[in-house]
Write a protein that binds this ligand. Structure first.
Ligand code: AMP
Length: 506
């Protein structure tokens, strides 16, 4: 099948040729004719499947007829993060190079004024994050009653980020008769409910099961203690010993962990950048660019910030924290082993992660091999909170107790695991030495640029984490807007938990 059979316009076909694409991907082949026939589409597809072009290409064809009016966009694409929104805009630049369409990006973190000017000029394609879009609408600067086509992209991530109420509000502002395309990587019941609300008699297209990880990915797990400094130490060792290492994305569950690990890796001489919701837009863009162009070899990210980003040729993915939800594991490791390239995904697994790993293995339908010794099972005695001589100072530990991403699905694991007494199995000096059990390719030294010139001694104490001083209130009337999308929401700890505790050494 070639692109010319899908009903796309000549201008679009010209741009596809220029992009060098020869054949449509399965989601493109299946979705494009239905989009052009004005059907609603439910697309269950992960990033990397070509799903963006599956809606951008027919949109360009459809938008060739008609003109935009001031403050009344003709089409609306909702994205959960600014980076994804910017990425979609880039695709319009690429595929829409033969068109003269007005495309506007309405995202948080940048000036209202410039966005407003674009809206006044009339917009054919409005790409937006939900919060900023509603801000413009509430100020009366934007009318959604002219939207002919609505695209909700990465719907399950919208759910994770607490954007569903915003999406539902936006759904009431667009005309009932519009066409809707709805993309999600997974289909939890809440997403099914939203899809049922938004879509009318949709064509359902599923291009790969959520649990299908590329066969080109070697997956491993490595046992660690749960203390942050032990995990960081193990991670450094693994990176330094990694075979065929080119670059890596390191995932943490919380943005504070992202910031801490970033600082730590820099202090240990690694060439690393961080991506999390607290960074301003220019810092996020600069970090991504440095990673994409190879200046930075390590990108430390939260799920929310990294979701859906198109970063080709990542050799390694590390789960510094095991994700609480198995779908996130699939998304994370899918950052490597793309487009037929091989990749390695290594998870650092503390005893407390046993249940999460079980769920992941169940979803993946496989057992993930261990590098070195398996993690010891957590026993009631080991979980009893007996103090150990080599524990970290209490102040640092207590500050690590926080929940996970704000608004996560159904509040799964919310703060629960961190309320249990802490326990460790692997002291720092016994951290497992990574074994490349699965490596088949010849040994290759890490590229010199991986580590920057040492700034400080390796044995320098890790930067300390301070207790969270701005706890999120338990009851918030509305989900906060996008800048704090991955804010831990279990961090509203009672004061007594944050009080220093004296631990007697054994
Ligand atoms: P997406 O799943 O939309 O993030 O797309 C993943 C990558 O695939 C992007 O870099 C696209 O430029 C690329 N891509 C999309 N469609 C095709 C195609 N038909 N052939 C080759 N590459 C494509």
């Amino acid at each position: 099948m070639s692109f010319s059979h899908l009903g796309l316009s000549d201008k679009v076909i010209g741009a596809i040729d220029a992009a060098g694409y020869k054949t449509p991907t399965p989601i493109q082949e299946q979705a494009i004719p239905h989009v052009l026939a004005r059907r609603d589409v439910l697309g269950i597809a992960q990033t990397g499947t070509g799903k963006t072009a599956a809606f951008v290409l027919p949109m360009l064809t459809m938008l060739e007829k008609g003109r935009a009016r001031a403050r009344m966009p003709r089409t609306l694409i909702l994205e959960p993060t600014r980076e994804l929104a910017a990425q979609v805009e880039e695709q319009f630049d690429k595929y829409g190079k033969n068109h003269k369409l007005n495309v506007a990006l309405i995202i948080g973190g940048v000036s209202f004024g410039d966005q407003d000017m674009k809206l006044v000029r009339g917009v054919d394609v409005l790409i937006a994050t939900p919060g900023r879009l509603l801000d413009h609408s509430e100020r009366g600067r934007l009318l959604l009653s002219g939207v002919e086509l609505l695209i909700i992209d990465e719907a399950d991530r919208m759910l994770d980020m607490g954007f569903i109420p915003d999406i539902e509000r936006i759904g009431k502002l667009v005309p009932f008769t519009r066409q809707t395309l709805f993309f999600t990587a997974t289909m939890p019941p809440e997403i099914q409910r939203i899809a049922d609300n938004f879509l009318h008699n949709p064509v359902r297209i599923e291009v790969s099961k959520p649990a299908t990880a590329a066969t080109t990915i070697t997956q491993l797990q490595c046992a660690v203690g749960r203390e942050g400094h032990e995990k960081r130490d193990t991670l450094r060792r693994i990176i330094r010993a990694a075979e065929n290492f080119k670059n890596a994305i390191i995932f943490c569950n919380r943005k504070r962990e992202v910031a801490l690990l970033h600082k730590s890796l820099i202090s240990h001489g690694f060439n690393a950048v961080a991506l999390h919701g607290d960074l301003d837009q220019s810092a996020r863009t600069a970090a991504l660019e440095a990673f994409r162009n190879g200046t930075a070899k390590l990108l430390i990210a939260s799920d929310v910030a990294a979701r859906g980003l198109d970063i080709p040729a990542v050799s390694h993915v590390f789960n510094f924290d095991v994700p609480h939800h198995p779908d996130d594991y699939v998304h994370r490791i899918g950052r490597t082993g793309r487009a037929g390239l091989t990749g390695t995904a290594i998870s650092l697994v503390a005893p407390i992660d046993a249940k999460s790993v079980q769920a992941i293995e169940k979803l993946m339908g496989m057992q993930i091999p261990w590098m070195g010794e398996p993690a010891k099972a957590e026993t009631p005695e080991s979980a009893s909170g007996e103090p150990r001589a080599n524990r970290r100072p209490q102040g640092e530990r207590s500050s690590e107790r926080s929940g996970e991403g704000r608004g996560s699905r159904g509040g799964r694991n919310r703060g629960g695991r961190d309320r249990q007494p802490r326990q460790d199995t692997a002291p720092q000096d016994q951290a497992p030495v990574p074994v490349q059990a699965e490596a088949k390719a010849p040994v290759e030294q890490p590229q010199p640029a991986l580590e920057q010139p040492r700034l400080r001694q390796d044995n320098r104490q890790e930067p300390r984490r301070r207790p969270d001083k701005s706890p999120v209130r338990a009851s918030q009337p509305q989900p906060k807007r996008e800048p704090v999308a991955d804010e831990p929401d279990g961090s509203h700890l009672p004061a007594f938990l944050l009080r220093p505790v004296t631990i007697k050494s054994a």
